[in-house]
Write a protein that binds this ligand. Sequence first.
Ligand code: DC
Length: 222
Amino acid sequence: MAEIIAIDGPSGAGKSTVAKLVADRLGFVYLNSGYMYRALALAAQQSGAESNDCVTWGQLAVSLQIEFSPDGKHLLLSGEDVTEQLRVPEISGIASQASACPEVRAEMVRRQRALSEKYPGVVMEGRDIGSHVFPQARYKVYLDAQAKARAQRRHSELSALGIDKGLNELAAEMRQRDQADMTRELAPLKRTADAYYLDSTDMNIEQVVSSIEAYVKRGGSK
Ligand code: DC
C-alpha cells in the first residue's frame, strides 16, 4: 500500500504549487486528481457533449484514455499532453459540474485508488482525497486561504498563461464553483477533523511547504 499525503482544499488555496514541492522534497510522486476531472471536461468539450446527462458523462469517464507523466506534472489525454488546456476557466466550470455525477465520481475514485498502487509514496491533491478516496491515509492536509487571496492567486496564474480575466468576474466564478463543490451530495469538499488545517492567506509558499513537511516528519501528529 502506498503512503499517501492527501491535500484537499478550495480552488486557489495553493494546493498544486505546494503539493508538487512537498512531493519533490519527500521523494513522493505528485498526482493532481482535479486534472482527471478536467481531462473529462476537455474530452466532453472536444466531442460536443458538455451539457450531457450523468450517464453520458459516466460513459465518457470510463472510456477516457488518461495517463500522467512519470513525475505526475503533466496529463496525457489519448497520448497528447493537454496540461495547459486543462487550466482555462471554462474547463474549470465543466469539470466541477461533471464531478457532481455519481457515475463520474465512481470511475475517477476507482482510477485514483488504482493509480496510487503503482507508487510507494504519493501526494495527491483534490477535494475528497482525505475524506473519501483515501480515508485511511496517515497524512491529511486541508489547505485553505481567504477568498480574496485565492482569487488574486488564480488571477496571476491565469495572467501568466496569457488569459486575461477580470478579478471580480473570476472571484465570482470561484465562489460559485467552491459552493457547488462544497454542497454537492457526493463526497463534497469538507474539512475533516483528522486533517492538518493550514490557512495560507498570510503564508508564503516556503512556509506552507515546510509546515507540511514538518507535519509528515512528526508522523502525522498535528
Ligand atoms: O482542483 P481543480 O480545481 O483542478 O478541480 C477541478 C474540479 O474537479 C473541481 O471544481 C471539483 C472537481 N474535483 C473533485 O470533485 N474531486 C477531486 N478530488 C478533485 C477535483
